[in-house]
Design a protein around this ligand. Structure first.
Ligand code: 3H9
Length: 682
């Protein structure tokens, strides 16, 4: 049956297909449920209810997805239009049945909208989820009360507390959707479904369902995910709401959900997590480069070095279906490296993280070689060899002569001057840094280092490529350590000084872990290797680290570093390390004093903020939020603190400045100015 009279109200239109009213939202890019969409939907539902010739309604979206949630950019602003929870309740109360027709992702408020509808149909590629917890929130439009009633406590916990979406098939199996549509026939299938159910009474409403209390499932879930969720406020609130769905009436449950939602919404954690949501997307934008810049095609990638770093880098591309040629100098190293890659893939497949055939598929795209000449036809070559300027310069000179014109040459250096490396080629415009973080196949961060001569299209190509390999990329300028490692330096220097003045490694690490970091500076040193960057002369002992390295206390791998380790790698404070530290104090004539946790915060964390401000002043980061993205995705800064620059804001910039001054640090001009004006660092 063809449609008649199309009505348009802002981003929502209605079209009649006989006795079925199809309501279509069109609000690019993701059909977020902003005020205009909500008002349009309310008007459309009213239109359908008021019309006695309409027997059923279908709600669907144009564009790439069903509603991807509430409009996050509206949060914290005065409410306009009909509130989302009221809209969902109104749809559910409709005396005319409503079918949600889902494609793309029904997320957050979008999923809650679908739960308010009486029936749900989705294309097989659709996903449904409630990811609010990742924004420090909970589903606040009835989702915590309806989802458990529909799918049971277990699946509801997984979806609401972990925030992971489910596939349409899993949703069907769980009873979250009623039917799968054809991939390309959603509207027609939804209309046919609507006609089928139009006369059925009573109309099924999720609010009328009952879910049994399941304290055991909740206890198991809590125990299983304790570590992952610790420090976050939202997961506990989510769990409490899911429990309330079984323990309270629907109306009471909704009121409880509302209270919990508002507490989270007005808290710092959600503000931080929402900041990171937008910061991550902002980071992809390159200052001064037209977003329409044509990109260079990258069909084949070369990686030099099959060590831990090179292998990890190569895996990113293989996993994304991009062929890689990997080059090593010795056959044995090449075989060892590719063997590790295969084993990593197989371990992931064994854990069910990737399909069983994925390891073979990925490895089939890999060409191992002992010759740089094999890189001639690559579109991008990434060097991941020993961190030594002369080695890199020589290599780039050679590569320049081998690799085809127009190909991009990248260095994975973590500190060295990319301009100096580029100057060894005839194509400095095609050279940049791609600084991956270890393990490179796991860590999400990629610092893309823009050299003085890097061409805009080269930068744009690599930033787009980063998205293809599922990295979060941030543009950095050429300076020692770029953004992340440069900010790590003051932290490290101060942590070492604090040891001499009276703190212990345990105290400093404890302060960092309590702050929410995955580990403190000395735990990190032990994990990475105390010998990293060591001059390897056991007779030259200039600092505590040299002393540890000289004694073979190289960290976890040796069972001893700043801590002693048992055979399960469990750390205990080391009497020997205490002795070494004491020795340094004595020879420096330092009398140890009690160091407060506050002093540790000021000297190891405020100093990072100060360095961040200098990085911004020098234009080495495009924006303060990029620095936050680096620390969240590269170093495990707790996302609920929003990254160092956001955190400094919540701490109070004047407090940060006062702390820095108290301990004698020269404060960055921009930081002082922002604190003085009550402004944010941008
Ligand atoms: C919620 O629903 C609360 C309710 O329970 C209760 C309310 C009372 N709002 O990610 P992309 C923008 S909380 C506003 O690059 P993709 C995004 O900033 C919400 N804007 O695309 C970007 O803008 P720009 C729960 C949003 O294809 C552009 O859209 N929902 C929203 O890679 C493209 O985004 C979520 O948490 C939004 N909700 O991925 C889902 N979503 O171009 C959040 C996106 O200016 N969204 N934008 O940089 C996503 O996970 C992904 O965007 C999605 C598409 C998977 C949908």
């Amino acid at each position: 049956m063809t449609s008649q009279s199309i009505q348009q109200s802002g981003p929502v239109r209605t079209a009649r297909h006989g006795d079925v009213l199809v309501i279509v939202a069109d609000s690019p890019p993701v059909n977020a449920l902003g005020a205009a969409v909500r008002d349009g939907l309310e008007a459309a539902i009213k239109e359908g209810v008021a019309d006695s010739s309409i027997a059923a309604m279908v709600v669907r979206c144009d564009g790439r997805t069903f509603f991807a949630g509430a409009d996050i950019s509206e949060f914290g602003k005065p409410l306009r239009g009909v509130p989302l929870p009221d809209l969902v309740n109104m749809i559910e109360a409709s005396p005319t049945p409503v079918v949600a027709a889902i494609h793309g992702s029904a997320l957050g408020g979008g999923c809650e909208m679908a739960l308010g509808c009486h029936y749900r149909i989705a294309v097989p590629s659709a996903k449904l989820g409630t990811p609010e917890v990742k924004l420090g929130l909970l589903p606040g439009a009835g989702g915590t009360q309806r989802l458990p009633r529909l799918v049971g406590t277990g699946i509801a916990l997984e979806m609401i507390v972990l925030g992971n979406p489910v596939s349409a098939q899993k949703a069907k199996d769980a009873g979250l959707i009623d039917r799968l549509a054809g991939e390309n026939t959603l509207e027609a299938d939804a209309i046919a479904f609507a006609r089928e159910i139009a006369g059925k009474r009573p109309i099924p409403r999720v609010r009328d369902r009952h879910v049994e209390a399941d304290a055991a499932a909740i206890a198991v879930f809590r125990a299983e995910h304790r570590r992952k969720l610790s420090g976050f406020d939202a997961p506990e609130a989510c769990i409490a709401c899911v429990a309330a769905a079984a323990e309270r009436s629907f109306a009471d449950g909704l009121a409880f959900e509302r209270d919990e939602f508002m507490k989270l919404m007005t808290g710092t954690q959600s503000a931080a997590q929402r900041h990171i949501f937008f910061a991550e997307r902002q980071a992809a934008k390159i200052d001064g480069v037209d977003p329409a810049t044509p990109l260079r095609p990258i069909a084949k990638v070369g990686v030099i070095g099959a060590g831990t770093m090179g292998g990890g880098i190569a895996m990113n591309f293989l996993s994304a279906g991009v062929p890689v040629t990997i080059v090593e100098m010795q056959q044995e190293a090449l075989e060892r490296g590719t063997g590790v890659m295969r084993r990593n893939y197989e371990a992931s497949a064994a854990k069910g993280r990737i399909p069983a055939d994925a390891p073979d598929k990925a490895m089939a795209l890999l060409t191992p070689s002992l010759s740089l000449d094999a890189l001639a036809d690559c579109d991008l070559v990434i060097e991941a060899v020993y961190e030594d300027m002369s080695v890199k310069k020589e290599l780039f000179g050679k590569l320049d002569a081998i690799v085809k014109p127009g190909a991009i040459l990248a260095s994975n250096t973590s500190y060295l001057n990319v301009d100096e490396i580029a100057a060894c080629t005839q194509r400095p415009q095609d050279v940049l840094g791609m600084h991956f973080f270890s393990p490179a196949n796991v860590m999400k961060l990629l610092e893309v280092v823009r050299g003085a001569k890097t061409a805009p299209d080269v930068l744009a190509t690599v930033m787009a490529l980063a998205k293809r390999i599922r990295k979060v990329a941030v543009v950095a300028g050429v300076c020692h350590g770029f953004i992340g490692n440069r900010m790590l330096m003051p932290r490290q220097v101060e942590a070492n000084k604090l040891l001499l003045e009276g703190a212990t490694p345990e105290q400093i690490d404890r302060v960092h872990v309590a702050f929410g970091m995955p580990m403190g500076p000395f735990q990190m040193a032990d994990l990475a290797g105390v010998d990293i960057g060591w001059h390897r002369d056991p007779t030259r002992i200039e600092n505590i680290r040299d002393a540890l390295a000289a004694e073979g206390r190289w960290g976890q791998k040796k069972g001893a570093g700043f801590y002693d380790y048992d055979d399960k790698r469990r750390p205990t404070p080391s009497p020997r390390v205490a002795e070494i530290i004491d020795g340094f104090r004595t020879s420096a004539g330092t009398k140890p004093r009690a160091i407060s946790d506050g002093e540790i915060v000021a000297r190891t964390l405020y100093t990072m903020v100060n360095e961040g401000a200098l990085i911004l002043e020098e234009g080495m980061a495009q924006r303060a939020s990029d620095i936050d993205v680096v620390w969240i995705y590269g170093y495990g800064w707790p996302v609920y603190r929003g990254g160092p620059m956001f955190w400094a804001q919540t701490e109070g910039l004047d407090k940060v400045v006062a702390g820095l001054e108290r301990y004698g640090f020269p404060v960055a001009r921009s930081l002082k100015a922002a604190a003085g004006n009550g402004e944010a660092l941008k």
